[in-house]
Design a protein around this ligand. Sequence first.
Ligand code: SF4
Length: 745
Amino acid sequence: MLEAKSEPLRRRYDNVSPEIQELDRVGISAQSHKLLNQLLKENLKLDEIMTNSDNEVEALVGVENWVLGILKESPQALEFYNNEKGGRKTFESLIWRDYASIRLLDYIQNAGREFEDLNLRGEIAVTNPIKMIWLAVRYGTGGAKPYFFEDMIQLFRQLSGKSQIRLPSKNQLEWWMDRWPSGLDPRMVLLREENRERILNIIIDRMDRGELSSNRFKFDGDMSREQKFERALEWWDDHHFHLGFAVRTPDLLNEMLGNSLDPDTMKILYSAEKAGIPFFINPYNLSLVQVRVPYFAVGADQAIRDYMIYSKNLVEEFGNLVAWEKEDQVEPGKPNAAGWLLPTHNNIHRRYPEVAILIPDTVGRACGGLCASCQRMYDFQSGHLNFDLEKLKPKETWAEKLEQLMAYYENDSQLRDILITGGDALMSSDSSLEKIFDAIYRMAVRKKEANKSRGEGEKFAELLRVRLGTRIPVYIPQRITDDLIRILAEFKSKASEAGVQQFVVQTHFVSPMEVTLESQEAVRKLILAGWKVTNQDVLTASGSRRGHTAKLRQALNEIGVLSYYTFSVKGYMENQNNFATNARAVQEQMEEKMFGIVPEKFYSQLRRFPIEAEKMVGNIQELLKEADLPFLSTDRNVLNLPGVGKSLTFRVIGITRYGRRILEFDHDATRFHSPIINTIGKVVIIESKSISEFLQHLEGMGEDVSEYESIWGYSLGETEPRMPIYEYPDYDFQVTDEITNLVLD
Ligand code: SF4
């Protein structure tokens, strides 16, 4: 079987395109030579194979036979490699050396494969690492960069057993976590008050000078400075103030941050402004960034900064961004990339049979800020989403369109879950939300009613879950008003009668420093309205520092939020700055998150959580205590893949000359997919950063990179199982097997 797999990829190095031949003639640098010598010195067997091979095919065969001999000592790993056995259990049984054997054999199987590298605007990337080593040994060519050789040295150390894995202890993890205070830390609360004072004083000064004004927020003519400040403090609790006074220029941003941004950063921000990237940073959000860095929180706000301050790469790429989520490009009447027919261009996104995302034509198309690595940067390029909140207010035609969209859910055989997002679901006004909820309620009733005339096995899925996708609890928690809570509670009570059982606010915290008294209050109210609050984190480079994500889970649990997903950063070179490699995602999962895994004996307790949403804080604390866990690892680490949804089931199958890894992803086998995945097959992603570059980035943030050493070895992933709280409830009838609105071309 192995032999059969090997054959088609064997090529002589002169049997490739002229472009590749040209690259093969590129000489390697002195630094690469040095690293190559180290590689050969540490691996005499490799040296022997390379020296004795007359061409790269012989080199490939030599390494393959050698590594295959090693892999055969581990029958379970051999089966995994041959795809005869998979799944989480087998993955967890692999030993450290198996990862290296499998990666090397995958490198050989895929030798010579070419890929369009969207990080480099479609340039062709080819993987053939053994050939590159052979060319370097034989001719001093091949063009491989030092980052490539660094990765290869680590790979052969893992194979030879020279590098071993040492899992961190719980104490070590807690030490890492302690470095990141949450925003609830009383010392941080005081510092944020200081920030608020600075920001409000700047706003008052600017209003006094006539440089800032608002129809809604005005001072009385005879007010003293103290009175103005008192008034401005009252405004702080009103979300309209934060929307109205959001910063829209780099200069004001810098001024609000006490002119603390360095000239290089300002240069980038000016270029961003010139390139047309919008700025929209509200005063509350700004107050989360430290200007005066206290000893106990060095670097603690970096993940917030990296979401707010644009990177050089983003600015350089803006204008040439390529959409990551191909299935979000919709043309009515034609199937999207996942095979679904959708009713309008811009209102429904769909990947899976059971759920479709609703994007209303309301202010909900905007967000309370603009996250630097947001996939919607692609849309911002066309300039039509530029935080013009007035323009986004719903038009008269929206009511009619909403009914058309509801008809889509009603007449679909499998849809049972509606995720309202945007932008941000809670940017919509209360009245817009009420109208949407009313339409959903009526649709749910009609769908249920229609099922009465359908026989067993022919019934359509009825609505079970309603979700709101929002970062408002982070961006502007003041938006969670008593009126909004009343609307949410009323909808829950009405929709429950129509069979909806799960009401979820799906939010997006990326830093424990975003967990503040204000966001705690917002979440408390949401929970009180009977809505479960879950979190989707994005594992940015700064968010991936040791213990950061673990601390985020803990801080969220403290206020009653459950982690749902930890996403790898999507996108290409524009997000290189924020990108943490998928190896880091697996490392975080295996070495930090594992301390919060809930034992199965507590699953029945966990299942009660959504039913008793109002008691979430108490229930979480009770479970943490009983199970003796520092936090609840209820989330799954995944990457959102174009077309086939979320997964962290991958193997590193190649590497570019620049040392950037090439990953082949499979879909998440634990969930119900569009049947199109059988034709799409696997998805190949070329990472925008090598492991060396990622470690340098961490070092630049003050991290001790020796604490990350095992990252080199995590070249495989297997998607974790979904926690029981995130399952759909069962129906007391059988849903039809028919899948409507699907075209498989
Ligand atoms: S909240 Fe979500 S949709 Fe809005 S800017 Fe951030 S990542 Fe993008």
